[in-house]
Design a binder for this molecule. Structure first.
Ligand code: ATP
Ligand code: MG
Length: 556
């Protein structure tokens, strides 16, 4: 396995080491808190590997908690896909799945506690006025005329909100903190709002919903989370996180730590943009193999181990940075190079006829499944008079650098004999239709006795016994490194990000199971498409090429 064994080290693990050493905590308890408003992407994998990885390495616990306070944007489909993706990545949450909505009753109670302490009030300014009163980074905010209502009045109005007595936008509950704070999040943040929306967990029970900042810290505390890990954009919100917990009656005091999000070149990671790609049919669903979603990467042929290894290699820091797509690709290439069995497939076929080979005969050759791993076994590969080879593997004339089949020269057929090209036939447009060869029967698995050397080795598939297959060649979804920064990111989609070809594969591939990965010799890594491939109509997805061809393109 290429996944490195060593435990990662990062600033968060150093904090945990210290907390455990000085007795601040006896055990570690983390959580992964997705909002079920889209499918998980490779950025989430970073957070998953961090949170679940810490729990695993420190014999602690990690919860899966759905942060579900926006009923209009959320859906049970996303809940299910997220659970599935976390498991597929190789992680299991402790206990039952948690939902912030499990705590709606208690959150409501804590809001009432703040009101009773004079620390929250019902606001009746409009959303626009609230924004205007908030001030700017350079100017302090103004007090709302509703800020100094009595506790009794606030209790009654909050009750009215809860009972549906206010339309959306007509009232909200705000924490009473400091309208002059240099941290905008502390300028009397809204903590509850009115939404007449059906919720995927609580149905129509509530028409008021708590805001993220109020919900998250309390959910952490109720679950006994010790280290609440989130991305850097929540740095300022930490003040509010601590303020809420300091001002309510709650036992546990989790601490929030921030790390930088994963950004990847040639893709987008915002759920809004990903969901736009899906809803506008710019891709074929959330699991389109070009998507940076976990389900897309999975369908593309990425393995869980390769994604975990990627997360390990990029590390966890506070530095903002953007990772090259090549780093992700090299993780799956390393894994598959070790673990994927080899097979032969011809993607752009041209017929080759071996004229001195018996007509109708099919010979069974034996090929190793992996060049350096005999333990991976062997397979049978049928050989016949007519075979398919890659169109680009033959030329009528070529210079010395071309190590493939050339008229009048010899080449080795992988796992088989040496053949010599004698002549070729073309159609009226000049396209080569058939190559005629002779073979040397003395060269199966050995060099000829007279010391002749073939120019190179090419792959092939028997035309009699080979199987036709649809092969989907995927490339990067965008043509520019930072599509998220473009005015119209959809306009930067790579029109060549998917091309479909029909080729021939050796018959052993009929036994391939859904998602099984292979190295098609000389062509790259491919997997059996988990949705569309059947025994009678094989479909393969190209996961990645054998080498990083983009590195060369980018260097130019
Ligand atoms: P949105 O794109 O809708 O703002 P989000 O990407 O923050 O949402 P959440 O479902 O809230 O999505 O994320 C769950 C967890 O995953 C959070 O803790 C978040 O910080 C983390 N996370 C999300 N994106 C990344 C990323 N690119 N890199 C690292 N962690 C991420
Ligand atoms: Mg979020």
């Amino acid at each position: 396995m290429s996944e490195s064994e060593a435990r990662p080290s990062n600033f968060i693990r150093q904090i945990i080491d210290k907390d455990l050493a000085n007795g601040a905590h006896a055990t570690v308890h983390t959580r992964f808190p997705p909002e079920p408003n889209g499918y998980l992407h490779i950025g989430h994998a970073k957070s998953i590997c961090l949170n679940f990885g810490i729990a695993k390495d420190y014999q602690g616990q990690c919860n899966l908690r759905f942060d579900d306070t926006n009923p209009e944007k959320e859906d049970i489909e996303y809940v299910e896909s997220i659970k599935n993706d976390v498991n597929w990545l190789g992680f299991q949450w402790d206990g039952e799945v948690c939902y912030s909505s499990d705590y709606f009753d208690r959150l409501h109670g804590y809001a009432v506690e703040l009101i009773e302490k004079g620390l929250a009030y019902v606001e009746e300014l409009s959303p626009d006025e609230i924004r205007e009163y908030r001030g700017t980074l350079t100017a302090p905010g103004k007090h709302s005329p509703y800020r100094d209502r009595s506790v009794e009045e606030n209790i009654a109005l909050f009750e009215k909100m809860k009972n549906g007595g206010f339309e959306e936008g007509k009232a909200c509950l705000r924490a009473k903190i400091d309208m002059a704070s240099p941290f905008m999040v502390m300028r009397d943040p809204v903590i509850y709002r009115v939404r007449f929306a059906h919720h995927h967990q609580t149905g129509d029970k509530w028409c008021i919903y708590p805001m993220y900042d109020f919900t998250h810290c309390i959910s952490d505390a109720l679950e006994g989370i010790t280290h609440s890990l989130c991305t850097l954009e929540f740095q300022d919100n930490r003040r509010l996180y601590d303020w809420v917990l300091d001002n309510i009656t709650i036992e546990c005091q989790p601490r929030q730590y921030e790390f930088s999000r994963l950004n990847l070149e040639y893709t987008v990671m915002s759920k809004r943009k990903l969901s736009q790609l899906v809803s506008e049919n710019l891709v074929n669903g959330w699991d389109d193999p070009r998507m940076p979603t976990i389900s897309g990467l999975r369908r593309r042929g990425y393995t869980p181990a390769s994604i975990r290894e990627f997360c390990k290699r990029i590390g966890v820091t506070k530095q903002e940075n953007t990772i090259e797509m090549g780093s992700l690709e090299s993780c799956v290439r390393d894994d598959l190079n070790e673990n994927a069995p080899r097979a032969m497939a011809v993607l752009d076929p041209v017929k080759l006829v071996i004229e001195n080979y018996a007509e109708g005969e099919i010979e069974t050759l034996i090929a190793p499944n992996h060049p350096n791993k005999p333990e991976m076994g062997e397979r049978e590969v049928p050989f016949s008079r007519e075979i398919w080879i890659e169109r680009e593997d033959f030329r009528e004339e070529a210079n010395k650098k071309y190590k493939r089949l050339v008229l009048g020269k010899e080449v080795r057929l992988r796992n088989a004999y040496m053949v010599k090209a004698e002549r070729c036939e073309k159609d009226e447009d000049g396209n080569i239709t058939t190559i005629f060869c002779t073979y040397d029967p003395e060269t199966l698995g050995k060099d000829p006795a007279d010391g002749r050397k073939p120019k190179g080795v090419i792959h092939w598939v028997s035309a009699d016994a080979g199987v036709e297959a649809e092969i989907r060649l995927y490339d990067r979804l965008f043509t520019i490194a930072n599509p998220g920064g473009a005015d119209d990111f959809a306009a930067t989609i790579n029109p060549e990000s998917l091309s479909v070809t029909h080729g021939y594969v050796e018959p052993s591939l009929k036994a391939g199971t859904a998602e099984q990965a292979f190295q098609f010799e000389r062509m790259g890594y491919f997997c059996v498409d988990r949705k569309d491939s059947t025994a009678d109509a094989l479909v393969f997805n190209r996961t990645v090429g054998l080498r990083d061809t983009w590195a060369k393109i980018e260097a130019k």
